[in-house]
Write a protein that binds this ligand. Sequence first.
Ligand code: IMP
Length: 430
Amino acid sequence: MPLQIIVGAQWGDEGKGRIVDWFAAQGDFSARYNGGDNAGHTVTVGSRIFKLHLIPSGIIHPQIVAILGNGMVVNPHTLFDEMDMLRQAGISVSPERLRLSYAAHLITPAHQALDKALEAARGKGNLGTTGRGIGPAYTDKTTRRGLRLADMLAPDFCERIGDHVAEANRTLSMLGAPGLDPAPVCEQYREFAGRLKSHIADTSLELHAALQAGKTVLAEGAQGTLLDIDFGTYPFVTSSSTTAPGALTGLGLGLDAARDARVIGVVKAFQTRVGSGPFPTEVFDDLALRLRGTGEHPWDEYGTTTGRPRRVGWLDGVLLKYAIRINGIRELAVTKLDILSGLKSLQLCTAYRRDGKLFTDLPFGPADLSPYEPVYEELHGWREDVSAVRTWADLPPAAKTYLERLTGLAGVPVRLVSVGPEREQIVNHP
Ligand code: IMP
């Protein structure tokens, strides 16, 4: 199928990177459509662990052309770090392989300073942002004073960067935060512009031509459905459209592309979230430690971008059902099933209860879901280590029951199950 959209069905960190990597083996283009370096997509290939914040995970496959779409906000610093890391691993990041939309927006040090100052000003009510300048960059975009990658090609780019820093300084001063000297920012961004020039293109046109020619395009979502600016747990969300329809606007594709699109929802076998906001099935103490891990392994539940410990909990079927609807997910890839091995019993949230009333759909409106108590169905756990399992038939019966129950709640089939961080640790259930 030409367009395949890979979208997170939870609060991000579902393991989209490794699922994109799996699909990219058969793909032609790998395209990120939203967010910036707040994301962290991890792909493990043998002893190598690739942590990508901006460049789509598909780039690891040599036949892939990687696209940073117009829906993204790009910090050139991070981009160059990633390009260097990939080059050192022998992966080409030539302008033919790495294409940047002219309409993507730039993140500058002023955006990062504003992000931090705004969070500090929110005090206890902070959003727990990644501090990467994401919100301020999207704010500039929607208030129509943002800087786009195309602006890097303009002769007055330096002046515009200077104006942008001066404008940000006014807000920083109101927030009681120190301002920035525009001169070094101008200088640095002028140098960045020279290095990026040959990568900047009309990627919408290129993707359109690719789809017309029958090529396969993987649209890689960052963050997850529940962090979407419109459909997430607002205001504890990110500032972009993380959902599958966002892939169309974030890549410049029309509805034609959506007609036959394969929408794959990535869902972790349990629930996690970083930062503030509601989390009805959150667990604490020993169980939380068990699900989160101690931090000694790269796959433990600590933020790829910020290193913060993730909050953890039982899988929330109400939120999963919601994600299926909002995205038009047709199949699921379940990740980290191996982490549940050894738990005596598992809880699956099938509904919320409030004042004796049951809710099987996400109640609209409240930013605080704490009055909604999760209703759990208890399922048997399994003792077996599943990390070497490669076929559905070889999964322990209790693991199959858990996945089948999840399918029943979601109403769509489970196609892939990851049972470990390695590329080949996948059960394909066609
Ligand atoms: P921002 O995107 O940095 O503005 O952060 C807004 C919220 O989204 C915070 O709660 C972050 O922790 C969360 N967030 C942003 N990016 C990611 C991600 O890639 N994975 C998980 N959470 C994220």
